[in-house]
Design a protein around this ligand. Structure first.
Ligand code: O2Y
Ligand code: MN
Length: 901
């Protein structure tokens, strides 16, 4: 610290801005002394020089009473009053700018690093020396934060120290305001490098000069209980100590002594230091890095070295941890509590981070052909993106280097599937997003029990960052940090690894979902002989009490969640949810496919969900839910398009973009700027769904009787048809098409029919043509009893564009027909497409008039066009690569069409 900066009064002010980064302390001060002061100020500084000498530890030749200046003759000190009169304590308004003092802060940091020997000599100081030095250090320029105070209004005050008096610090905050905070009964922290130091104000009640000359005694005083509200248990202490050790700073922490209550105390010093980021300090966990299995430990060591977070928090999944994280997110402005709904929060993302980003989603298998079929020349592949693994590693290594600076790295141990099931798989996600942690806790089984189940077993390695490191001292005040230009979601199926950078949203950041449970799992499934599919799982019990299970694959936003939570309109029917998005299906000992839902939560689209379309979902999301990008109502509730009839008209609405009074906008403007983003989501635990199946966590899964494919098809494709064979079923999966939705950012807005084979187009973890071969091989397994496969279309339209079929709860009428077919009832007739219901075999009891003829109507020309379009698709997307058995299916279909009158 330059001597000139060691003063009690007027701070170094505007000349700071002129200093270059290499300016030495002396130059810095000379610059100030020599050129920038007016007469009055120079005189004051002369006086301060005297004061500066005072602040040096008194040597043999000097006494407080007689200190000599450089010129040799004695000077009299200014009294505090005189200094006040000289205006030394005043900081003019125009100088009250935080940015002016950042160079001072930098200078202070190098002074402290020297003082504490944190540079090349690091490690030489013993605990007591370290404490002495921190105690005596000049704090002008320190970025200090009030961690605790008797007066709560000071807590959180954070700024650069400009003045220190006996009883106060004066700070300039990032919002350019001067704050005077009392030392008494306050606890302060400051960060230095990767360490966080803690100072007890009661011990600092001296003038800076006196403090520097004082001898402080180490005395046992504190434990972590006194530091933060959440740090009330020895678990937290252990985590703190362990993290400190991990950081190589354990020297500063000694586990000396035990308190009466047997909690270990931090080192018996009033001025203890420990290496924890602020977020870590306030989030409790029963887990420490040392408790991790060795494979997990090397994984986190590797990436924390590379991403350089402030600290690592190992998530234990407890309620306390969840509550503290939610609180932290509220404090940071990332989420808002919804007063109307119990334990519900609203999160608003940035406009540029609202959906999955397919064009930046890659499968990094060793060869291009391992990831996707080769399209014909000049045609862009729509079946995935590939990058060579080394190339992707190199690219992402750059992006991830230092990307978590200033942030906490959270380690999330999670399990896809019920804990203890043979079918389940474990992942470890490292992330710097607390939002991701709280969502992962709802979406997966997460925490301590997962690590226990893992032991030294293998796991899927998942690394995620929002990609926004914080500059030293910069405030963490962006509620939705993201780096949209650099979004990359990379999968390394052979290494069972996922790396995601730049986005905090849903499918890009909750890596257990699409990345693991579909892309990586589909590869594992191929290797191990099972299926990982984009399918809901639903149990249906008919009025006779016979229960069957279906799995259904629909492209995004085709009502999959609605079907998974269907309330059947047919009397006596019961529908029970297993899962709404993903199914893992394995052969059971009986040769049937048994399915589990690998997820623990619903990440459903909010728009369009209401008491008519999905009453079960509405009930599920009435508590303990995180809403993202929905609108806020003036009574602390939520709103989205589709809730108009269920929202009192007087309520004010603030759109997802923060537009207040949205409800008063003209209809056209409302349409152009919806209250909720079309891909707005609710994130809620599955267990909150009222129609949950009692077997939803059965480790063996449930036996699947029928598989359904479906899409939004306004014309040509009938309400339902049954496939002729397993091979024909694969052909129907291959030909799955649907009107576009908004879930994928790349196709926003446009209503076009898109190919979405198996509803898996964005989710294949390996080459789609090999995927179809794998499906075929399922049949070759000895004793395989595969389910029947159907195609459904709830979205057939009349000439005016109105839906013909009522949909929603009435879809159970179609399912009834399907399940009767599974029982072998003779209720089907052959058509070129497949087997459709014989007239009158769909139960229409209690339903108004429906144009059944139109629902099943297709012409020869329609089918010819459909086939021609599919052939173009095959020749563009997979020329010469369509498996032979599917070529044969295509030819058979064409033959059936040709035979039509
Ligand atoms: O847009 C996102 O990030 C979420 S996408 C999603 C979420 C839940 C269920 N399905 C999907 C999907 O796109 O299929
Ligand atoms: Mn989905």
């Amino acid at each position: 610290m330059p001597p000139g900066a060691r003063h009690e009064g007027k701070p170094i002010i505007d000349f700071i801005t002129r200093l270059g980064p290499t300016t030495s302390a002396e130059e810095y001060v000379s610059s100030f002394l020599g050129s920038r002061l007016d007469r009055r100020e120079k005189k004051a500084v002369e006086q301060m020089k005297v004061q500066m000498i005072w602040l040096e530890p008194p040597g043999k030749g000097g006494t407080r009473a007689s200190v000599t200046s450089g010129s040799g003759h004695q000077r009299k000190r200014l009294s505090s009053r005189q200094k006040k009169e000289l205006g030394l304590y005043e900081i003019p308004k125009e100088k009250q700018r935080y940015s002016l003092y950042l160079p001072l802060h930098d200078l202070w940091k190098s002074y402290m690093e020297d003082l504490l020997q944190m540079g090349s000599h690091r490690g030489n100081l013993v605990q007591s020396q370290m404490n002495q030095r921190v105690t005596k250090a000049d704090l002008h320029g320190c970025l200090l934060r009030v961690e605790r105070s008797k007066c709560p209004s000071y807590i959180g005050t954070h700024g650069i120290v400009l003045q220190e008096t006996q009883n106060t610090f004066r700070l300039i905050t990032a919002s350019n305001s001067l704050k005077t905070v009392p030392k008494a009964n306050s606890v302060f922290t400051f960060d230095l490098g990767r360490y966080c130091f803690c100072l007890y104000g009661n011990h600092l009640r001296y003038r800076a000069g006196e403090r520097s000359a004082r001898k402080f005694k180490d005395k046992p005083t504190l434990d972590l209980n006194e530091l933060t509200a959440h740090a009330r248990s020895s678990r937290v202490y252990k985590a703190a100590l362990q993290t400190a050790i991990y950081r190589g700073f354990a020297r500063v922490l000694l586990s000396a002594g035990k308190r009466k209550d047997s909690q270990q105390c931090l080192h018996p010093s009033a001025l203890l230091s420990f290496s924890l980021s602020r977020d870590i300090m306030s989030i409790p966990s029963s887990l420490t890095l040392d408790s991790l299995p060795s494979g997990v430990r090397s994984f986190v060591d590797k990436w924390s070295e590379h991403c350089t977070p402030e600290g690592v928090h190992v998530c234990d999944g407890s309620d306390e941890e969840d509550g503290a994280l939610l609180q932290l997110l509220v404090e940071k402005g990332s989420i808002t509590p919804l007063s109307k709904l119990e334990d519900c929060f609203l999160c608003r993302t940035k406009k540029a981070d609202v959906a999955r980003v397919e064009r930046r989603t890659f499968i990094c298998s060793p060869t291009r052909g391992g990831a996707k079929p080769t399209p014909s020349e000049g045609i862009k592949s729509k079946l995935g993106h590939w990058m060579q693994p080394d190339e992707m590693d190199a690219l992402l290594d750059k992006d991830f280097a230092g990307c978590m600076k200033g942030r906490t790295m959270y380690l999330i141990p999670y399990c896809m599937g019920p804990l203890g099931s043979d079918i389940s798989k474990i992942g470890i996600q490292l992330t710097d997003s607390a939002y991701v942690v709280v969502c992962m806790r709802k979406m997966t089984r997460m925490g301590a029990s997962v690590l226990q189940a893992l032991g030294e077993g293998d796991f899927v390695r998942c690394l995620h960052s929002v990609g926004v490191p914080l500059a030293p001292g910069a405030p963490d005040n962006d509620p939705w940090p993201c780096n949209p230009e650099k979004i990359t979601i990379a999968h390394f199926p052979q290494r069972r690894e996922i790396k995601s950078f730049g986005s905090g949203y849903g499918g890009n950041s909750l890596l257990g979902k699409k990345c693991f449970a579909l892309r990586i799992a589909s590869t594992i499934a191929r290797d191990e002989g099972w299926l990982a599919e984009h399918m809901l799982i639903l149990g249906l019990t008919n009025p006779q009490g016979v229960k069957k299970y279906i799995a259904a694959a629909f492209p995004s936003q085709c009502g999959k969640t609605n079907l998974a939570m269907i309330t059947p309109t047919l009397p006596g029917w019961k529908a029970e949810l297993i899962g709404d998005d993903i199914a893992w299906m394995r052969f059971g000992p009986d040769g049937r496919l048994w399915a589990i839902n690998p997820e623990n939560g619903l990440f459903g689209v909010a728009t369009g969900t209401n008491m008519k379309s999905n009453p079960n979902a509405m009930k599920a999301v009435s508590k303990n839910t995180i809403y993202t990008n929905v609108a806020l109502t003036s009574d602390g509730g939520v709103f989205w398009e589709g809730l108009e009839d269920e929202t009192p008209p007087k309520l004010g609405i603030t759109s997802w973009l923060g537009v207040e009074g949205w409800e008063k906008l003209p209809a056209a403007e409302k349409k152009a700027n919806p209250a909720a983003h079309p891909n707005s989501r609710f994130c809620t635990p599955t267990v909150q769904c009222p129609n949950l199946d009692p077997d939803w966590e059965n480790p063996s899964g449930v036996p699947i009787d029928a598989i359904l494919f479906g899409g939004r098809r306004p014309k040509t494709i009938p309400l339902v048809f049954e496939t002729f064979s397993w091979e024909h079923a694969i052909y129907v999966g291959l030909c799955l098409r649907s009107q576009s939705t908004s879930a994928a950012a790349d196709h926003k807005g446009k209503k076009i029919i898109l190919n979405d084979p198996f509803a898996m187009r964005p989710f294949f973890g390996y080459n789609f043509c090999q995927y179809m071969e794998h499906w075929r091989e399922m049949k070759q397994r000895p004793g395989a009893k595969l389910p029947k496969v159907f195609h459904v279309n709830w979205f057939r339209e009349d000439a005016e564009g109105h839906f013909i079929w009522p949909g929603f709860g009435d879809n159970c009428r179609v399912i009834d027909w399907i399940l009767r077919r599974c029982d072998g009832e003779d209720i089907a007739q052959e058509t070129p497409l497949g087997l459709t219901p014989k007239p009158g075999t769909i139960d229409m009891e209690g339903l108004g008039p429906v144009d059944m003829e139109h629902l099943f109507d297709f012409s020869k020309a329609d089918l010819e066009q459909e086939t021609a379009e599919m052939e173009v698709y095959f020749s563009e997307q997979m020329p010469g690569q369509l498996p032979d058995f599917l070529q044969q299916e295509l030819q058979s279909f064409k033959g059936r069409i040709a035979a039509m009158p």
